[in-house]
Ligand binder design. Structure first.
Ligand code: C5P
Length: 279
């Protein structure tokens, strides 16, 4: 079985405090994109994957969902940069949960898959849910997810630019300062902007509390954000804990032209559309 694993962008990300378990309490609007890895799964005796780098969230996801004695062999064709704030590893794990549920007829609901996903990683629940619902609101450590519930007038297009540095989620969180109180306006304004279908309005209300600490740790992110801002002539933001920065633009043509301009300067850039689940 083959399945696409969709990268995410955090349009807003509020850090609301530190929890007793050491994680941070978050509130974030997460939107899936068409930038994807391709995952191939084959029934096998044990659980294994061909992924070479570091923790393999796909294997963790397979172990979390499969009954004792049931195995799978996972192959990943990577396109999403890792350590980029695009949820690459988490998107792969989310796709593995969805695929194995189907492949082995496990009969789990989206809600049950989200619960299993929370044991795999903080970003995995939102990436499971966004495959069904499109944009989602992520809260708690990342385990509470709900459909954003806005009818988006027309799909958005994104320009992604990555400075090629690995931004450690742990290090960025360790350096961030939590908000004193949640700012109700951030979520309210983002919902209204998304509903409008107007990329310019969405751009004006982008916000990410992890941006300042990530930029302090990696000045390369500041330079890439400046290059992107000059190219698209609008505000830009960072996604997740970085290092990828993004802009929201009106058309695919505008995104493609920005990607050409940024790539010509030797910086990794890619365009992606908002991913719309098939209903
Ligand atoms: O859950 P996950 O392993 O993806 O988290 C990676 C690291 O990011 C955690 O060890 C923690 O330092 C930080 N984190 C956090 N609060 C969250 C999510 C992640 O502090 N809500």
């Amino acid at each position: 079985m083959t399945i696409e694993a969709y990268a995410k962008i955090n349009l807003t990300l509020e850090v609301l405090g530190t929890r007793p378990d050491g994680y941070h309490a978050l509130r974030s609007v997460v939107i899936p994109t068409t930038l994807s890895d391709t995952i191939c799964l084959e029934k096998a005796d044990g659980i294994s994957s061909d992924f070479a780098g570091g923790d393999d969230l796909c294997v963790k996801a397979a172990k979390a969902i499969l009954p004792e004695g049931v195995g799978v062999r996972i192959e990943i064709e990577k396109r999403i940069p890792s350590g980029g704030g695009l949820g690459g590893g988490s998107a792969d794990a989310a796709a593995v949960l969805v695929a194995l549920n189907e492949m082995y007829s496990l009969g789990k609901s989206v809600g049950e898959l989200v619960e299993i996903a929370a044991r795999v990683g903080s970003d995995v629940p939102s990436l499971v849910a966004s495959r069904t619902y499109g944009p989602v609101l992520m809260e708690g450590r990342g385990e509470k997810v709900s459909p954003l519930g806005v009818a988006i007038a027309k799909p958005f297009h994104f320009v992604l630019a990555n400075p090629g540095v690995h931004s450690s989620t742990k290090e960025v969180f360790a350096k961030c300062v939590s908000r004193v109180a949640e700012d109700e306006k951030i979520l309210y304004n983002m919902r209204r902007a998304l509903e409008s279908g107007n990329a310019r309005l969405v751009t004006e209300v982008l916000s990410n509390d992890l941006e300042a600490p990530a930029m302090a740790l990696h000045p390369e992110i500041v330079r890439t954000a400046e290059l992107l801002r000059e190219t698209v002539s609008s505000r830009v933001a960072m996604t997740g804990s970085g290092a990828t920065v993004f802009a929201v633009v009106e058309s695919r043509e505008a995104a493609e032209s920005a990607v050409r301009a940024i790539s010509s300067k030797g910086v990794w850039a890619l365009d992606a559309d908002m991913y719309c689940p098939v209903v």
